[in-house]
Design a protein around this ligand. Structure first.
Ligand SMILES: Cc1ncc(COP(=O)(O)O)c(C=O)c1O
Length: 367
């Protein structure tokens, strides 16, 4: 595969991964976690690729977090430590879970008895013991039980049932997306909520072996939340525009961009590239903040997207791209852009290779 040194040879748009930088990012997170007595079980929804997951495991991740059954199937070929951080509802999903290789130490997060009981029944029939983490909502308002008493009630039920084992609790601090310096009161509140839940579990004689938290915006402050035993931070393998704005990473840490070609310069003040919402995803801040930014010209924002067109706003720049030039775009949110790529162009040292994010899609994985 000819590579970035010859960008004209690569058909765009294409997701472009710097594997060496991804490895350096993984190493830094693993080192941070171990220095603070935390474990790292990264969420692989960001890359959905066995190549990237292998890098995370080689650098010190203790296992992997997934959201879909296909992700669980693909990643269980690499590690026996899998956390499904998503409630498995419905017989089809439960059957796929039960069919994971028997050596997989599976853990599942959930927030309702209606999820717990069928999981226990399927797991028991399959002769497995599935670990259960009770999810608590710590402010995101998405999933998770609302009170420590509810955590205790579900944990107790999990401890009683055949086929499942109460292993601990889980939360996702996805509401904490302000700059690192501005996070303090939110982290204090989170720590306070968590301590109340841990006290309630302790009083009920239900000690959690796992307290799973973590995100990329809060990554380097994870150790400030007392009681957390592991973090699931995932997009820190690549980082993205949000990570730059929050201040958890620098431009030099960005390990994923979208290569795009300038296709039109007819409209004054704009240039149009061939990466639109079908390469970048129309995600993020929107409005004036746009949908991505150029790696090499950070003053240039993608101000609007249609499906195959991305409009570069040149008003803040002296630079005037020519038709046929290649640019590198940092997406607002990396995970959704990666998910749009059938194939990724990856650089490893001076070589390039093609990667398929094998865990994309919903179909059962047949290997
Ligand atoms: C449940 C859960 N855990 C972990 C993560 C990883 O967070 P981040 O992408 O901020 O690293 C996510 C991201 O959406 C998530 O939903």
């Amino acid at each position: 595969m000819r590579g970035w040194e010859n960008p004209d040879d690569v058909e765009t748009p294409v997701g472009y991964v710097d594997l060496d930088r991804a490895r350096a990012n993984a190493r830094r997170v693993a080192r941070y976690a171990s220095e603070h007595g935390l474990r790292w079980r990264p969420h692989i929804k960001t890359h959905k690729s066995t190549t990237l997951a292998r890098i995370q495991l080689e650098e010190g991740a203790l296992g992997l977090t997934v959201a879909t059954l296909r992700e669980a199937e693909v990643m269980s070929a690499l590690t026996s430590d899998i956390l499904l951080a998503y409630p498995p509802v419905g017989e089809k999903k439960l059957a796929r879970l039960a069919d994971l290789p028997p050596d997989v130490d599976l853990k599942v997060s959930l927030d309702a008895v209606e999820v717990l009981e069928p999981l226990a029944a399927t797991s028991s029939r399959a002769g497995r013991s599935t670990g259960v983490l009770i999810e608590q909502d710590m402010g995101l308002g998405r999933t998770g039980v609302q009170t420590p008493a509810h955590v205790v009630a579900l944990a107790r039920r999990a401890a009683e049932l055949e086929g499942v084992t109460f292993r601990g609790i889980l939360f996702y601090p996805g509401h904490i997306r302000m700059t690192v310096a501005e996070q303090t009161p939110h982290l204090v509140e989170l720590a306070d909520r968590l301590s109340r839940t841990l006290e309630a579990l302790h009083a009920a004689d239900l000690e959690p072996e796992i307290v799973s938290g973590g995100s990329t915006p809060t990554l380097w402050r994870s150790h400030e939340i007392d009681g957390v035993t592991e973090i699931r931070s995932g997009s820190c393998i690549f980082y993205d525009r949000e990570a730059l704005e929050v201040g958890v990473a620098d431009r030099g840490d960005i390990a994923y961009t979208v290569l795009a070609t300038v296709v039109s310069t007819s409209v004054p003040g704009h240039a149009v590239v061939d990466a639109g919402s079908k390469a970048l995803a129309k995600e993020g801040r929107g409005g004036d903040a746009g949908f991505g930014v150029l790696l090499d010209h950070p003053e240039i924002v993608l101000s609007s997207l249609s499906e195959e067109h991305g409009v570069l706003d040149l008003s803040a720049s002296e630079w005037r791209p020519r038709i046929g030039e290649t640019v590198r775009i940092i997406p607002n949110h990396v995970c959704v852009s990666v998910n749009l790529q059938d194939t990724l162009l990856a650089r490893r040292g001076e070589r390039h290779e093609l990667l398929r994010p094998e865990a994309r899609g919903r179909e059962p994985w047949t290997g």
